[in-house]
Each structure stands twice: as structure tokens, then as C-alpha cells.
Design a protein around this ligand. Structure first.
Ligand SMILES: [Zn+2]
Length: 178
């Protein structure tokens, strides 16, 4: 296993549209494994390819006992709205309430390329929406009111000094036990 460096707010790749995944290669499978390892080490519940400097339209999600690889995902159903606190592995230490759909159904391909549907509310629903946003160059701070976004960006001004190359390098000591 290996840990990938996480791009933080300011890194241009976080703002780029991803590219549709057309074939599942051994290299792509390794990327997914590394993304799970990286997400675990960073104690996150979701990680999208642009966050590790990649252009593929894919993300990994793990909420409670639900572990998902979402390739080429799309929200096909949504219901209601709800506000809840959100953070992002690419914007460390910054948290804010974000309005999202209360429930979503997502259609995506798994690591074997098979299409499936998953429905989620609460943390899973929020996480799916957050990761799909990443795949289209959007960050949770984009969804804040102007005032709250300014506050978050002000906090980030101080925080970002910890990431001189806009990369978050995870300490190897954070590796989970095998
Ligand atoms: Zn994020």
C-alpha cells in the first residue's frame, strides 16, 4: 500500500472537471486501493481522484459499514434539503454548515465496471454529494453564503501556511494496522 499526497485548496486540479473512466485497468485498481489507504490514514469518509492529483471521474466513500467505489457517478434522484456540518481533507481544519439534498440516489460503476445504484441520507448522502462535487471541480465552501465563505477563507489564509506546496503529506506513522 502507499499513501498519496492530498492536494489542498489552491491547487488547480481541485477546480478541474474530471474525465470519464472508460476502462478499469490494473493501474486504476491500484489507484483505488491507494485512495482507500490515504482516506483511512487521513481519517476521512470520502476521497475523490482530484484530491490526489488525478483526473479520473472516481471517488471512494466509506461511511460506517458502507464501503463504495463510485466511478462515473451521477445523482439520479434527490429529495428534500438539510443543513449539516462538513469538512474536507483538502481544506483541513475548516468546517461549516452546508445545505445539501436530504436524500440522494446515485448511479455509478463499481471497481469491476458494473453499474449499480445506491441511496443514502444523513452522512452517506452528504458524503456522496460532496465527492460528486469534487469530480466537477466544486468544493463545499462554494456552497456557503458569501459571508460564511469569507469567514472560512479567512481561516484558511492562516491554515494554508502549513501546506507550502499546496500538498498535504500524510505522516507514515498514520498508517493503519494491517
Ligand atoms: Zn472534500
Amino acid at each position: 500500500m502507499s499513501l498519496l499526497d492530498i492536494h489542498v485548496l489552491g491547487s488547480p486540479i481541485l477546480r478541474q472537471e474530471t474525465e470519464r473512466v472508460d476502462s478499469i485497468t490494473p493501474e486504476l485498481r491500484r489507484l483505488v486501493d491507494d485512495m482507500f489507504d490515504t482516506m483511512h490514514a487521513a481519517k476521512g469518509v470520502g476521497l475523490a481522484a482530484p484530491q490526489v492529483g488525478r483526473r479520473e471521474r472516481l471517488a471512494v466513500v466509506e461511511v460506517d459499514d458502507v464501503k463504495l467505489v463510485v466511478i462515473n457517478p451521477e445523482i439520479i434522484l434527490s429529495e428534500g434539503t438539510v443543513k449539516g456540518e462538513e469538512g474536507c481533507l483538502s481544506i483541513p481544519e475548516i468546517y461549516a454548515d452546508v445545505q445539501r439534498f436530504a436524500q440522494v440516489t446515485v448511479r455509478a460503476q463499481d471497481i469491476d465496471g458494473v453499474w449499480y445504484e445506491v441511496s443514502g441520507n444523513e452522512l452517506l448522502g452528504r458524503c456522496l454529494q460532496h465527492e460528486i462535487d469534487h469530480l466537477h471541480g466544486r468544493l463545499f465552501t462554494d456552497r456557503l453564503s458569501l459571508l460564511k465563505r469569507r469567514k472560512a477563507m479567512k481561516e484558511w489564509e492562516d491554515e494554508k501556511d502549513h501546506y507550502p506546496k499546496l500538498l498535504r503529506v500524510l505522516p507514515v506513522g498514520d498508517l493503519p494496522p494491517e
